[in-house]
Design a protein around this ligand. Structure first.
Ligand SMILES: [Cu+2]
Length: 480
């Protein structure tokens, strides 16, 4: 299949029309947003406004960010401590700030579909909540983008949010790495690398005769990448000393694509997934991180040199998705070496025992209707794009199992808001103890997650690839 032929990427992509990095309407800042609300001062103030990002000296982008930068500031909150965040929206479009991975009420979750009020254009709004659980979370725009690649999660509106209270163990340095693609554009070519090196069983692969043979519609891709706000080679290296233990907090802040990372000569001891400590911390050579996911990993610095930590796909790494790791007193040419395996398997970090049986099981079948050239594909959950009226109704206190059946040729990072998911099966392998908020369901694969319905209110479930979500790949859970 051509989508696997990633080598085509560069020639195709450069031929595609380039879009301007800034919608003209969003440049204007005609008036100051409304005055601060009465009441106690905010703990955190976030201002949404146009920003520039200098990926490299000759590569400066214009986008929308928080507090004059992209990524936004690294926020820290204390688990359970009531926190006030004032959001000032100095743009001309309504915005929503979503606190990804937090178990908080729908009114402050930052999701229009759940009924969170928007932060109006040129105005402000106060979010107030007691953040939980502890761990690596993040915050980002939850505005719809649809055909506008200068909106929502395509912009620089993202940042780390650490809820203090979890113990990641002993480390000498804490390093934040947000993976990002920039200057997105539409293409009908599927060009991701999700399945590289995977040997998954594909239990949901439909019979060829049942596959929709329409031509593929628009997908979103990009050709400019960074880690945080710098492309490979442009920023400061991660400076380390031999013998140090470095805690990497990695976030895939992409609205577009899942990613793989490696650091030649070293292994990643994965200690937490989506901010939640894993039952079986395990050293791996390659990380796979879906859009929206986080991985916390400890790396022991025991191989002096200057190394490239980067995307395993050469084109993506060479186009910016990497950062140097430089040992003290080493000034060699930075070294990249492909890892011996690209394989990723959630189950190595889990308990081998099965989870206890849930009270209810809900099957969720994912399909894509290719639209043909020049249109947007439609994404279906149980045969329908969003909205689903009363199909996903929860009873408070009951335990639910969601069975994801992915009948599409793409791996989807599926995110459930405001609840803690336990991954209980991946491609037929039963596991337990792995708590996540976003689970990548492999191409033609299957995953099951369990959760307790203990957060009344509307709850959005969606693919974290913005284009998929915007064109049908979401559903609302409601409580009876
Ligand atoms: Cu998707």
């Amino acid at each position: 299949m051509q989508r696997r032929d990633f080598l085509k990427l560069s020639s195709l992509a450069f031929a595609a029309p380039r879009l301007r990095a800034q919608a003209p309407g969003q440049m204007a800042m005609p008036s100051a947003p409304a005055a601060a609300p009465p009441g106690p001062p905010a703990d955190i103030t976030l201002k949404i406004s146009p920003v520039t990002v200098e990926l490299a000296p000759e590569r400066i982008l214009s986008t929308i960010g928080y507090n004059g930068m992209a990524p936004g500031p690294i926020l820290r909150m204390k688990e359970g401590k009531p926190t006030i965040v004032d959001v000032i929206n100095a743009t001309d479009v309504p915005e929503l700030v979503h606190w990804h991975g937090l178990v908080i009420p729908a009114e402050v979750d930052g999701v229009d579909e759940e009924g969170t009020p928007v932060v109006p254009a040129q105005s402000r709004r106060r979010y107030q909540f007691a953040p939980k659980p502890a761990g690596s979370r993040w915050y980002h725009s939850h505005a719809m983008a649809e055909s506008d690649l200068h909106k929502g999660a395509y912009t620089g509106q993202f940042g780390f949010l650490i809820i203090d209270g979890a113990d990641p163990g002993q480390y000498d340095q804490e390093i934040f790495l947000a993976l990002r693609d920039w200057e997105p554009f539409f293409t009908t070519q599927l060009m991701d690398t999700d399945e590289q090196g995977q040997v998954d069983p594909m239990p949901e692969k439909p019979d060829v005769s049942k596959m929709n043979t329409n031509a593929n519609g628009f997908e979103v891709t990009s050709i400019t990448y960074s880690i945080n706000d710098k492309s490979l080679g442009a920023g400061e290296p991660i400076r380390v000393k031999q013998g140090q233990r470095i805690l990497l907090r990695i976030l895939n802040a992409s609205a577009i694509e899942n990613r793989r990372l490696a650091l030649p000569g070293h292994k990643f001891q994965v200690v937490a997934l989506d901010g939640n400590p894993v039952p079986t911390p395990t050293a791996v050579e390659t990380l796979f991180i879906g859009a929206g996911e986080r991985i916390d990993a400890i790396v022991e610095m025991n191989n002096p040199g200057v190394w490239i930590l980067g995307e395993t796909a050469d084109q993506v790494r060479e186009a910016g998705m990497g950062i140097l790791v430089e040992y003290a007193n080493q000034h060699k040419t930075p070294l990249w070496k492909a890892p011996s395996t690209l394989r990723w398997d959630y189950s190595v970090f889990a308990n081998a025992a099965s989870a206890k049986a849930p009270d209810h099981t809900i099957e969720m079948l994912f399909e894509k209707i290719p639209s043909g050239s020049g249109k947007f594909n439609t994404w279906l959950v149980n045969g329908k794009p969003y909205p689903h009226e009363n199909e996903f109704v929860l009873t408070q206190g009951q335990r639910y199992r969601l069975v994801f059946r992915n009948r599409t040729d793409d791996a989807h990072p599926m995110h459930l808001h405001r609840h803690n998911l336990e991954l209980t099966e991946i491609n037929g392998k039963a596991i337990s103890g792995l708590f996540k908020d976003t689970v990548v369901v492999p191409m033609y694969g299957r995953a099951t997650v369990d959760f307790t319905a203990d957060q009344p209110g509307l709850t959005l479930f969606h693919c974290h690839i913005q284009n998929h979500m915007d064109f049908g790949f979401k559903a609302l859970f409601r409580y009876a």
